[in-house]
Design a protein around this ligand. Structure first.
Ligand code: SF4
Length: 485
């Protein structure tokens, strides 16, 4: 589900070049009289298709010629020199994702309500977005030009949805024929050219689990370290997924999978020195088991896929709580034994640190007393967060309440925070307490303040009587970390 990293599909034919959207005043771009809506078509005689091409073709070059098409149709050639590493001061249009040609039986598009907004039906399969944002592609319909581009422009790492190394099984999952499903040759070419791969398996009970999963993980691990890691994430079915080839993931299935994969993980740690195969956090939560230790995840190679998020949060929260447990030091060096005894000397002190660098204004009465508010999150994470918040409340005197918000929009097995919608938040409005509400930042589209159900962030804010803050995990930790003085 990569909706947040892509722009909506466009239907018009792509014209050559890349469009400038912003020019920084007094920059090199401004000096060259480049302006928004100008299209850079060629750099030093080479075609430009998007900003990755622009970046690649200008990298390290100090003598440059741009061929630029102005909005009025005029074409200019601009020759210039630049200092080494000098920035152009240009912003470009986003990459329009290439669409996939698969018919995966578990495709998230099939789990959308029919009236979901069009961008939720975009089936992106784009090696550029894979490199830039960690979006997974299947490589099934990758062209020779794209393969060449990955290698030439070093678009490494690539994130590849392998699902199964058995070609028959992969073809079944992708809904295509075996020749398209077989990517062994393409993977070999990428690996031989030192392109790193992070792999993913969407685990579908009875299809690619058990012995199939073991084969897939062993086949991929044989290419370590070029295949750097593999994430195994459970298929998540909404109430709209009615395909009877799919089986829902149960707690027993998760327990069995953990048991089976743990053996392999131990083996990989012995032979490769790393865990290599990482199970999605949902598998542990659904199994009713603790997520593995910090050591298990190494440098969290699959954190972009959400794998290891819970452990990473718990580690950060542990640090936060240990800081809160220490007696806070006064700026003047004295020990503060009672927070309520602290004295503000001037109005500037009224802006607590916790609100610095966050893109919202603090509640009027925040910072002077212990926090009192509500945190909304998905059902999967709520229990884990609530246990930590309870410790935080005890340590600081805060009165924070965590609410597990059911996902009514997608329904089914969907319980992750990132897929909550505005209407889900509104459904729990009556349970909110305190001076503010915190919602997961990932529920808002990254390039537009809108929720998955199409409601704008402004509309939601108007429907609540208290301010809403959208925070990601580091943002929440930062919000809770600031000393209450
Ligand atoms: S690759 Fe499969 S899951 Fe991804 S968008 Fe295409 S059909 Fe859907």
């Amino acid at each position: 589900m990569y909706e947040f990293a892509v722009t909506p599909a466009v239907t018009q034919l792509r014209r050559p070049g890349v469009i400038i959207t912003e020019v920084t005043p007094d920059s090199l771009g401004a000096e060259l009289e480049l302006a928004p809506n100008d299209r850079i078509i060629r750099v030093n005689g080479r075609n430009v298709r998007d900003y990755l091409d622009f970046r690649f073709q200008t990298a390290g070059e100090t003598e440059l010629t741009f061929k630029v098409k102005k909005p009025n149709g005029e074409t200019l050639e601009i020759e210039f020199d630049r200092d080494e590493g000098e920035d152009f001061g240009l912003m470009f249009e986003q990459i329009v994702p290439r669409q996939c040609a698969n018919e995966c039986i578990f495709c998230f598009c099939k789990g959308n309500p029919a009236d979901a907004r069009p961008s939720l039906f975009v089936r992106d399969e784009d090696i550029r977005l894979s490199f830039l944002y960690g979006n997974y592609t299947t490589l099934s319909s990758i062209t020779d030009d794209e393969m060449k581009r990955i290698i030439e422009q070093r678009l490494s790492p690539q994130y590849v949805s392998v699902h199964a190394t058995d070609v028959k099984t992969r073809a079944y999952l992708l809904g295509g024929d075996e020749s398209r499903a077989d990517i062994s040759g393409k993977l070999k070419t990428l690996l031989e050219n030192d392109i790193e791969i992070h792999a993913q398996v969407v685990l579908c009970p009875t299809i690619n689990d058990g012995a199939q999963l073991e084969k897939t993980l062993r086949d991929l691990a044989a290419h370590y370290p070029k295949v750097v890691s593999t994430a195994v994430v459970p298929v998540a079915l909404t109430r709209y997924n009615t395909d009877d080839r799919l089986t829902r993931v149960t707690p027993e299935f998760c327990q069995r999978t953990i048991h089976e994969v743990e053996k392999l993980q131990r083996e990989f740690r012995k032979t490769l020195g790393v865990t290599f195969a990482f199970l999605g956090d949902e598998i542990y939560v659904k199994a009713g088991m603790d997520v593995p230790s910090r050591r298990h995840y190494g440098n969290y190679p699959q954190i972009e896929d959400g794998v290891g998020m819970i452990r990473s949060f718990l580690s950060a929260f542990e640090k936060l709580l240990s800081r809160k447990a220490e007696p806070p030091a006064l700026a003047g060096g004295g020990a503060l034994t009672n927070r309520k005894m602290s004295v503000r000397t001037h109005s500037a002190a009224m802006v607590p640190q916790r609100f610095e660098n966050l893109d919202f204004r603090p509640p009027a009465n925040a910072g002077g007393s212990a926090l009192f508010g509500t945190i909304l999150t998905g059902e999967m994470f709520a229990q884990i967060l609530a246990a930590q918040i309870e410790k935080y409340n005890r340590a600081t005197g805060a009165r924070l309440k965590v609410i597990a918000v059911p996902n009514t929009y997608f329904g089914g097995d969907v319980s992750v925070a990132g897929l909550l919608t505005a209407q889900d938040f509104l459904a729990v409005k009556g349970q909110i307490v305190g001076d503010f509400v915190i919602i997961p930042k990932s529920t808002i589209k990254s390039d537009e303040p809108i929720f998955l159900d199409g409601m704008s962030y402004d509309t939601l804010k108007q429907k609540f009587d208290v301010p809403i803050y959208d925070l990601d995990t580091p943002g929440l930790i930062k919000f809770l970390s600031a000393p209450v003085v």
